[in-house]
Design a binder for this molecule. Structure first.
Ligand code: SF4
Length: 234
């Protein structure tokens, strides 16, 4: 698809349900489509949609080896509930090897470098060979994501990105979760609104931005997986 096709597809899918977007993507990119989930509640909703629609979509997660125990428990729960396998994509360096090469607790001294090693580089490798990937981002999550389209070119990773929940609100997501009994992380009930690696995630206080608990006290707001270069905005 060229950029005009992408824009046209995105415009025609604006307002379509997540089920319609997922079905379109599966037909458009048969066996060349993958879904990367970080086990946030939005990702759990998409897994539920994929399962209910019986869509054959590869699903993987970036296992940094620094996830919360609750995240690993949710991973197994989702696999059992939906009868699927969620592949683990891991960084080249173990946490111990990273400490030997870059010093201990790199996330405290240079979280961008740590995210590059443990998330961005593994994602780049994982997406090679696919034509399109699905993400669970929503426009209302961050200013950076507010310009995301239903279907867009991912300049950072060089393939098409499909965002079935892009127009949903947090309330839409939780309404769906309650209506369909979708499993979600126990951490959400303890004030964690956005969940990443354990060393970099804290609960969010009432009135705070939903992502305020990520890299608290730093300017950093994204891992680099969904950052939108200027060329992709608009
Ligand atoms: Fe490292 Fe924190 Fe990024 Fe995880 S979220 S990869 S621990 S900096």
């Amino acid at each position: 698809m060229n950029s005009a096709d992408l824009l046209s597809a995105s415009q025609s899918l604006e307002g379509a349900s997540p089920a319609e977007v997922l079905t379109w993507a599966t037909r458009q990119f048969p066996s060349r489509l993958t879904f990367a989930t970080g086990f946030g509640v939005d990702g759990c909703v998409l897994i539920d949609f994929i399962s209910r629609l019986k869509l054959r979509i590869d699903v993987f997660t970036l296992d940094t080896d620094l996830l919360f125990q609750e995240t690993y428990e949710l991973w197994r729960k989702l696999e059992e509930r939906y009868g699927i396998q969620i592949r683990a994509v891991r960084p080249v360096l173990s946490v111990e090897s990273q400490a030997e090469v870059h010093g201990p607790n790199l996330w405290e001294r240079n979280p961008d470098r740590c995210c590059e090693i443990r998330k961005v580089a593994p994602l780049r490798s994982a997406l090679a060979g696919f034509d399109a990937w699905i993400s669970a981002i929503r426009r209302d999550q961050t200013p950076d994501r507010s310009g995301a389209r239903v279907v867009e070119w991912d300049f950072r990773f060089g393939l098409i990105k499909v965002n079935p929940l892009v127009a949903w609100s947090s309330a839409d997501v939780w309404s769906y979760v309650r209506a369909h009994g979708v499993p979600y992380s126990a951490l959400h009930d303890r004030g964690f609104l956005s969940i990443g690696c354990a060393p970099c995630t804290t609960p969010v206080l009432p009135g705070e931005d939903p992502r305020a608990g990520r890299w608290r006290g730093r300017m950093k707001t994204e891992c680099g997986l969904h950052s939108r270069p200027l060329a992709s905005k608009g």
